[in-house]
Design a protein around this ligand. Structure first.
Ligand SMILES: C[S@@+](CC[C@H](N)C(=O)[O-])C[C@H]1O[C@@H](n2cnc3c(N)ncnc32)[C@H](O)[C@@H]1O
Length: 268
C-alpha cells in the first residue's frame, strides 16, 4: 500500500466542497483518457458486488470486490484506474463504523469529516447516526463515485464530497474527524499527525482512528498518545483477506491528555 501516496498539493478547505459529479470528469492521471462519471459508475457496477454483510457492520451495504468479481483474478495491468482502495472495506474503517453505530450520540447533530473515506462506510455510519453534515474526503476521484453509489445503495442523501488533499490545509470548524485505516505509510502518518494536532488545538475537533494494529501505526509516535475506546474481533472472511490481522480497534487521539469528562463510550 505504500505506493499509494503521491506528492499531493495542499489546498484551501472552504473552497473545495465539490460534488463528485463535478469532479469525476477530470482526467484521472496523465496519459489516460478522461473518464466520465457515467463510465465510472457503469464500470463499478459491472466489476463489484453488493456486499458488506460479512463485515463488522452488516447493516451497511457496499459495492466491493469479492471473489466472484472479474478483477479478483484478472491481470492488474488491465485495471483502468488507480489502485481500487475504495473496493475494499478496510478493517480499521470497519471497527470505526461499528463503534459509531453502537454509539450514535457521538455523531448526532455533528459536522463530521471522514478523511480517506474509500468506500464511504464510516461516512455512511455517521449519516445513519444523525450527523447534520458529513464530508467524505478521498483524493481518488473514482472513490468519490463509489462512495456516492454506496450512499445511494443505503438510501441516504448524498454527503459533501471533497477530492482535494486536506492535509496541511487551514483547519475548518469540524466536530469530528474519522480516520479508518489511514496509518499505513510512515511519512504520510507524520504529516497527518501534525495536521490533526492543528485541528484539535485551533478548532477543538475530536479525532477518532480505526486501525487493526498495522506496524506503521503501532510504531508511529502518535500511537503513545492514543486512548483505546473499543476493540472488535474481525469476522472470519475479513481475517482471511487481511492475513495476520485478528482484531481492529478504535482510538481517541487527544495530544494534551485531557481525556476525563470527554464522555466517550469505552474511554477508561
Ligand atoms: C486504506 S484506504 C481506507 C478507506 C476507508 N477509510 C476504510 O477504512 O475502508 C485509504 C484511503 O485513503 C485515500 N487517501 C490517500 N491519501 C489521501 C489523502 N491525502 N486525503 C484523502 N484521502 C486519501 C485513498 O484513496 C484510500 O481510499
Amino acid at each position: 500500500m505504500s505506493g499509494l501516496l503521491k506528492s499531493q498539493r495542499s489546498t484551501g478547505y472552504s473552497k473545495i466542497f465539490f460534488s463528485a459529479f463535478q469532479q469525476t470528469n477530470k482526467p484521472k492521471c496523465l496519459g489516460k483518457r478522461r473518464q466520465s462519471e457515467e463510465y465510472i459508475r457503469r464500470f463499478i457496477s459491472e466489476n463489484t458486488e453488493i456486499a458488506g454483510e460479512q463485515s463488522l457492520t452488516p447493516e451497511i451495504k457496499l459495492r466491493l470486490f469479492t471473489p466472484s468479481c472479474r478483477f479478483w483474478r484478472e491481470r492488474p495491468e488491465l485495471w483502468p484506474f488507480d489502485d481500487p482502495y475504495w473496493a475494499i472495506y478496510w478493517p480499521g474503517g470497519q471497527a470505526l463504523s461499528r463503534y459509531l453505530l453502537d454509539n450514535p450520540g457521538l455523531c448526532r447533530g455533528m459536522t463530521v469529516l471522514d478523511l480517506g473515506s474509500g468506500c464511504g462506510a464510516s461516512a455512511i455510519a455517521a449519516k445513519l447516526c444523525g450527523a447534520s453534515h458529513v464530508i467524505a474526503n478521498d483524493t481518488d476521484t473514482v472513490a468519490a463515485v463509489a462512495m456516492h453509489m454506496n450512499y445511494e445503495l443505503n438510501g441516504l442523501e448524498l454527503p459533501l464530497c471533497v477530492t482535494d488533499n486536506l492535509i496541511g490545509s487551514e483547519p475548518e470548524d469540524l466536530d469530528l474527524i474519522l480516520l479508518g485505516d489511514m496509518f499505513y505509510d510512515e511519512a504520510f502518518a507524520t504529516s497527518l499527525h501534525s495536521w490533526l494536532d492543528r485541528c484539535i488545538k485551533t478548532r477543538g475537533t475530536r479525532v477518532l482512528i480505526g486501525d487493526p494494529g498495522r506496524a506503521q501505526f503501532e510504531e508511529h509516535s502518535i500511537r503513545g498518545l492514543l486512548h483505546q475506546l473499543a476493540q472488535f474481533k474481525l469476522p472470519e472472511s475479513v481475517k482471511e483477506e487481511n492475513y495476520g490481522l485478528t482484531c481492529s480497534s478504535v482510538w481517541y487521539y487527544h495530544p494534551q491528555g485531557r481525556i476525563k469528562g470527554d464522555g466517550l463510550p469505552g474511554l477508561k
